[in-house]
Design a binder for this molecule. Structure first.
Ligand code: 9MJ
Length: 685
């Protein structure tokens, strides 16, 4: 049954009217109509959509109220990876950043920088197709995030349809979801009145509100959004500067920081830092520093990336917050790899928005250098979501008795902990290592517990419900020695544990079972190989394609993987050389863990992921910058010189020494047509 044209037109008009008022109210902070009038329009649209369900569209403002709960957040691959920023804390680090930028650009004059506040929220990517918001995700590991589209749709700051024109067919908008300080206070007030959990700070409240499976809860939480960049689609905007990109985002309906500006050189950067530092308390939202970005986009391209952070940008962080408290005791923690970390147990103290009861002392030398002793008064520091640390002892406050006849001698690891407190194995410290380690390996229950928690973590095998209390119980009861043992647990055994109801036991067995189907990258990460984080695990999975090839690889073969150097290669080789580890892997595979041979989802979207290209000579139709942008948008890297790590050299007219080098090293040489084929078909086609 088709809807009469007049009604279709009325619905379309209502939608655009309502979104226009939304933008004025939420983004511009300048309401255009009284609330009652807005409500009237909104209800009329709701009624029309109710009477004519085919009228409903994904960009209808009525969709901002939330939808039925999801079971889980699906993974979503970003079209262009979401970067992280390197940090600077001191002016000297900012000067060094500016110097590196000028050296790389070969300029001695002051560089123009786009500067902006650094929002303390959650990084988000929003995808628009033909100007309509179609999906959005958290940053995740930078390559793949969690899709939280229904939740993002409830944010009034996020346009469901872009305003104006000139946007690319597919556009990724990058920005931060956060909660304004006043909204946070009101929310906590409400939570308190209802006897519900209070949030520690606006950042936690924003994260907790966005990661709700029931988007109706998100809709009831006062979340805001600021845009600060673009991902996919950025290459076809035709903007010359970052400042222009931000202006366009504002024109398309996104909130963009009012405090943004363009400054010149390092003096401009430090001046901006001071200016925002002074205004920080008056800003309506929390920031943890400012961000500096080279303004010219062609220069950004020239500067490129180191590892996973751009060379053209840096975050200049405000000093962390500090507080004073007393040390109740000094314990040690045994980490996943046996690392022994001294930890100060503290008189609880409120710092940086949370109550801190433990602070890391890093390692034995640090404890001695700072000379931290039990009963001392200390300064504790907490920066953002970093682990709190003991900065220094307030020596004037050391108890008099300790000054006269030291009751508590300087702390010594060996004296307090002659052996591992968890397993009694020897503690060893390599000649030039700062870190002491328990030599017990997986014999040590503490290491075993940490290894199991790591294995089960969300970004590893993602076994929901397997938390630290349960792991303690399982290991202490002798039920689980290695991750492979998890797959032998049954409901009857689990139900026999204290505080484990049959329903929870069922849920856990189901979660363990579900984890059998995974990806090679997750599996490699889950193994907990030293120095192999998520990104390296992904690179290894891509490069080797299957586990046997990885296990058989020697140091040279491992170093052929991008970003794998001798240290990481040695860790990997040592891990697989260990019979015990091979045994655990065999047990896991026997337990039915498997992954499909399909490339992971983001390789479908990113046909050139993990491949390195070098461009040389003049291509027949593509400009060098365009070719570079296209390769990068497809997940590839463009390097400046040819090495044995280069996968393809794209050669055009008058190609010179790079082509010779490619031939010498046996690197594949292709022309522009073959590049375009790769871009559309991928490297496996
Ligand atoms: C924040 N958090 O406000 C970036 N950010 O740019 C701003 N973060 C960023 N920019 C590239 N303003 C990666 C992250």
């Amino acid at each position: 049954m088709s809807v009469p044209a007049a009604i279709q037109e009325r619905a379309a008009w209502l939608r655009s009217e309502i979104e226009r008022h939304n933008h004025a109210y939420y983004v511009l902070d300048a309401p255009t109509i009284p609330d009652v009038e807005y409500d009237r329009l909104f209800r009329e649209l709701q009624a029309l959509e109710h009477d004519h369900p085919t009228l409903m569209t994904v960009d209808s403002p009525t969709q901002r109220v939330g939808a039925a709960p999801l079971k889980a957040f699906p993974p979503l691959a970003h079209g262009v990876p979401m970067l992280s920023l390197n940090n600077a804390f001191e002016p000297a680090e900012v000067e060094a950043f500016d110097q590196r930028v000028r050296d790389a650009l070969g300029t001695i004059v002051a560089v123009d920088y786009a500067v902006e506040p650094k929002f303390d929220g959650l990084a988000i990517s929003l995808t628009y197709e033909q100007g309509v918001f179609v999906r959005g995700a958290t940053r995740g590991d930078g390559a793949t995030g969690e899709e939280v589209t229904p939740n993002l749709r409830t944010l009034h700051d996020i346009p469901l349809r872009l305003r104006g024109s000139g946007w690319p067919a597919r556009l990724e908008v990058r920005g931060e979801v956060l909660m304004f300080k006043a909204d946070f206070d009101r929310l906590n007030e409400k939570q308190r009145a209802r006897g519900e959990k209070l949030f520690a700070n606006p950042r936690n409240a924003a994260a907790g509100s966005l990661r709700q499976l029931d988007s109706r809860i998100t809709a009831a939480r006062p979340l805001s959004f600021f845009a600060y960049g673009v991902g996919a689609g950025g290459e076809v905007l035709g903007a010359a500067t970052h400042g222009e990109v931000l202006d366009r985002l504002a024109a398309w309906g996104f909130p963009v920081a009012m405090e943004r500006k363009i400054v010149q050189g390092v003096r401009g950067l430090l001046g901006y830092f001071d200016e925002i530092g002074q205004r920080r308390a008056q800003l309506p939202y929390d920031i943890d520093g400012v961000v500096y970005k080279v303004n010219r986009l062609d220069w950004q391209n020239t500067l490129g990336f180191v590892s996973r952070a751009p060379r053209f940008a840096i975050a200049h962080k405000f000093p962390a917050e500090e507080a004073m408290t007393t040390v109740l005791g000094i314990d040690v923690q045994v980490g996943r790899t046996g690392a022994i970390t001294p930890v100060a147990r503290l008189q609880p103290v409120f710092v940086g928005g949370v109550t801190v009861t433990n602070a890391t002392l890093h390692n034995e030398d640090e404890v001695r250098r700072k000379d931290v002793r039990v009963d001392d008064t200390v300064i504790v520091r907490r920066a953002g979501d970093v682990i709190p640390e003991v900065v220094s002892v307030v020596i004037e406050k050391r108890p008099m008795r300790d000054l006269v006849t030291p009751l508590h001698d300087p702390w010594s690891l060996l004296r307090h902990y002659p052996v591992c407190p968890e397993c009694g194995s020897a503690i060893v410290r390599g000649a030039d290592e700062a870190v002491a380690r328990c030599s017990g390996g997986l014999f040590c229950p503490a290491q075993r517990k940490q290894a199991l928690l790591h294995f089960a973590a969300r970004r590893a095998m993602d076994i929901e419900g397997l938390g630290d209390k349960l792991v303690d119980q399982l290991v202490d009861a002798g039920l689980v020695h290695t991750p492979a043992d998890l797959y032998r647990l049954d409901v009857a055994t689990l139900s026999s544990l204290e505080r484990m109801a049959e329903k929870s036991a069922n849920n856990l067995v189901a979660a363990i079972d579900k984890s059998r189907q995974t990806t090679l990258a997750r599996f490699i990460f889950a193994l907990g190989i030293r120095n192999v984080g998520e990104a390296t695990a992904r690179d290894l999975a891509r490069h080797f394609g299957d586990l046997d090839a990885l296990m058989a690889a020697d140091s040279d073969a491992l170093q052929a993987v991008p970003d794998v150097g001798p240290v990481v290669a040695a860790s990997i080789a040592a891990f697989f050389a260990e019979a015990h580890n091979r045994e655990v892997i065999r047990g896991l595979l026997e337990a039915g863990i498997s992954w499909s041979a399909e490339p992971p989802a983001n390789e479908n979207v990113q046909p050139l992921a993990g491949k390195t290209f070098v461009l040389t000579g003049t291509l027949p139709t593509l400009k060098r910058d365009d070719a570079k942008a296209m390769i990068e948008a497809a997940g590839g890297k463009v390097a400046g010189s040819v090495s044995k790590k280069t996968d393809y050299v794209v050669a055009g007219e008058e190609a010179g020494s790079k082509l010779e080098k490619a031939v010498e090293l046996g690197v594949t040489v292709i022309d522009e047509a073959a590049l375009i084929e790769l871009l559309t078909q991928g490297v496996n086609a």
